[in-house]
Design a protein around this ligand. Structure first.
Ligand SMILES: NC(=O)c1ccc[n+]([C@@H]2O[C@H](COP(=O)([O-])OP(=O)(O)OC[C@H]3O[C@@H](n4cnc5c(N)ncnc54)[C@H](OP(=O)(O)O)[C@@H]3O)[C@@H](O)[C@H]2O)c1
Length: 276
């Protein structure tokens, strides 16, 4: 067990990638605090983890877009564990899928507040709330979640991509600042790849695309381009350990070449389907 004596917060950890990272940390002997917006989801996940890992897990509802809730969650975790040595700023949402040009202004505005409020401001606030404790203990490992469109152009998730681009820029800048201090605090950026989770329930923009074609494309993506959640999440562990010397590094949970080959296959198949 690599993570005995470690204490971690994983935000947005009642499903998908965050839940898997929390589970992997618990398996390695770490104490983990989980959260999400929904109390029922939190209670269900805490019970599930307690059944497997005993009392090493705590959890409470926390919407990361609410700074008061974030501070409360982090303070309660420090109270329970005595420290927070690791933060995985994972909570994220995407609300609509399709070209920006089909989104009316009021929807752009509403989506932008929710997506950027969770994916970017939620990350900034979580890190801000945890830093005083990390500075006090002169130690911390922070991992922020990047996503599609953050470092190369991608269609159909423009607002989401903007939020993730912000996370990447913020994390790289913070890493530079942390480098200048005496403390052993690092922040690195995790790009998990495409993983079929609830994130893909984003509402398809109806004015844009036929639902059947979209479903056909999703099936092909699942077959050729998606990554396994456990394999991908394993990549986080080395960046959560004291042995991690990287700071400001982007790391992946999937082989890029395999994903590019997968996208090429999907695009070829979709051309064929569209022409029939
Ligand atoms: N799946 C992918 O292919 C992929 C690729 C690249 C990056 N990512 C990133 O990976 C992270 C996890 O995504 P996922 O795919 O695992 O999605 P997911 O299955 O939808 O899980 C998201 C988790 O975050 C929680 N959550 C959502 N909004 C929240 C908020 N405001 N405050 C607190 N918790 C919140 C959700 O629970 P509640 O609904 O109960 O709040 C859920 O537990 C996200 O940052 C996402 O952008 C995903």
């Amino acid at each position: 067990m690599k993570m005995i004596n470690e204490t971690a917060i994983v935000t947005g950890s009642t499903s998908g990638i965050g839940k898997k990272i929390a589970e992997l940390f618990l398996k390695e002997g770490c104490k983990v605090a989980i959260c999400s917006r929904n109390e029922t989801n939190v209670n269900r996940t805490v019970t599930e983890f307690k059944n497997q890992f005993g009392d090493s897990v705590i959890g409470m509802p926390c919407d990361v877009s609410d700074p008061v809730a974030v501070k409360n969650f982090i303070d309660k975790t420090i109270e329970a564990f005595g420290s927070v040595r690791i933060l995985v700023a994972n909570a994220g949402v995407n609300l609509t899928y399709g070209p920006f040009q089909y989104l009316p202004l009021d929807q752009v505005n509403s989506d932008a507040h929710k997506i950027i409020g969770t994916n970017l401001i939620g990350v900034l606030d979580s890190i801000s709330a945890v830093l005083p404790q990390m500075i006090k203990q002169k130690y911390g490992r922070i991992i922020s979640l990047s996503g599609g469109g953050a470092d190369r152009p991608m269609e159909n998730m423009t607002i989401y991509s903007a939020s993730k681009g912000g996370v990447v820029a913020f994390s790289r800048c913070l890493a530079k600042e942390l480098d200048k201090t005496e403390n052993d605090i690092k922040i690195n950026i995790f790009q998990p790849g495409m993983i079929f989770t609830n994130l893909y329930n984003a509402k398809l923009i109806e004015a844009w695309k036929d639902k059947e074609l979209y479903d056909a494309e999703m099936d092909l993506l699942k077959k050729y381009a998606m990554t396994d959640v456990e394999k991908s999440s394993m990549a986080v562990i080395p960046y959560a350990l004291p042995t991690c010397k990287d700071n400001g590094k982007d790391f992946r949970g999937f082989p890029l070449a395999k994903m590019i080959r997968g996208f090429m296959k999907v695009s070829k198949e979709m051309k064929r389907i569209n022409s029939t």
